[in-house]
Ligand binder design. Structure first.
Ligand code: HPA
Ligand code: ZN
Length: 326
């Protein structure tokens, strides 16, 4: 299909990617063996078979367990480097990457170990291919706001290498407003903030992210379409929504890609873009997300170009660099 060739050829961005969600079962097994961490699986095939999720929480339980094999700076480097090689193969020229330090500090892994391993891989990708990147420290919303303040304190010595802050993990019952003070502090540090909202949570959580947290992007946001006033506000502000179609399918946010709201979002004038979220768990990297949407939603070449352009527009690249890609 000619649109599929376009998808493969276009230079792209990735703006919603959890580095812990790129841990492929093969690397999980290799690191478990090296670090003598027990896994509740006998084989790589058994791991893949376990990736049959019923909702966000059923995924998060396995995602946090899998991340338990990551211990040393080299482990974090290897994780990120494996992702960056795939991203380069997908023609991703700019990646803004989430990491979840609380998942690691809670296990006794120092913040510095995580940070240094990830940054070393990002620097190598810049050097080797000219791939630009940003690092987004994401707070776990199932934990307390005080726990978030504690990890922010640990990260402060590295603040110059942190480009922004995010909010992820179990959405229902953990509304954005729970983190209003923490996000105000992050903004005082001069950093942009984003938040997962409207994945499983109601449109009200998207409003809270906008007004309470003052985010500059909404991660997911697919449930925004349930609220016409919210859609108008998002469209008017050109507020980016980092949509993750295969994630939504695997976590049963949608029953079928054919009924995914991506095309409706574009048609409503929203700055929607396609991302891969946790590709090792959801069965596809960025290219596969775009191909699956093209097929299920019959996206045109213009739709694909718009999605990819929205990615550059929504990125934190300086405007002169954005202009080069647009
Ligand atoms: N939603 C919430 N938390 C997450 C996700 C997600 O899609 N991926 C990794 N942590
Ligand atoms: Zn996510």
């Amino acid at each position: 299909h000619s649109v599929d060739e376009l998808i493969a050829r276009l230079p792209k961005t990735e703006l919603h990617l959890h580095i812990e969600g790129t841990l492929e079962p093969e690397l999980m097994f290799a690191l478990a063996q090296k670090n003598a961490v027990a896994l509740p699986y006998a084989s790589v095939e058994e791991v893949r078979a376990a990736y049959d999720f019923s909702n966000l929480q059923s995924f998060l339980d396995l995602y946090y367990a899998g991340a338990g094999v990551l211990l040393t700076e080299d482990d974090f480097f290897d994780l990120a480097w494996a992702y960056l090689e795939r991203a380069h193969g997908d023609r991703i020229v700019h990646a803004e990457i989430f990491f979840d330090p609380q998942t690691h500090t809670a296990r006794g892994v120092p913040y510095a170990t995580v940070h240094r391993g990830l940054c070393r891989a990002l620097a190598k990708a810049q050097q080797q291919w000219g791939m630009s990147s940003r690092l987004i420290l994401s707070f776990l919303r199932h934990l307390s706001e005080d726990d978030g303040f504690a990890v922010l304190d640990e990260a402060l010595p590295f603040i110059d290498e942190i480009d922004g802050f995010g909010l992820d993990s179990s959405e229902l019952g953990h509304p954005p407003e729970k983190f209003a003070r923490l996000f105000a502090r992050c903004r005082e540090l001069g950093k942009p903030v984003v938040a997962h909202a409207g994945e499983e949570g109601p449109p009200d959580y998207v409003w809270q992210a906008l007004e309470g947290l003052q985010v500059c992007r909404i991660d997911h946001g697919v449930r925004s379409l349930e609220d016409a006033a919210l859609v108008a506000r998002l469209a008017q502000a050109r507020m980016p929504l980092t949509v993750c179609p295969l994630s939504n399918l695997k976590l049963k946010v949608v029953d079928d890609l054919a009924v995914h709201p991506l095309k409706k979002m574009l048609d409503a004038g929203l700055c929607a873009l396609v991302n891969s979220d946790d590709p090792a768990y959801f069965g596809g990297y960025l290219g596969e997300n775009l191909l699956a949407c093209r097929q299920a939603l019959d996206l045109s070449a213009d739709d694909v170009v718009q999605l990819v352009k929205n990615g550059f527009e929504a990125s934190w690249l300086p405007s002169a660099q954005k202009a080069c890609w647009l």
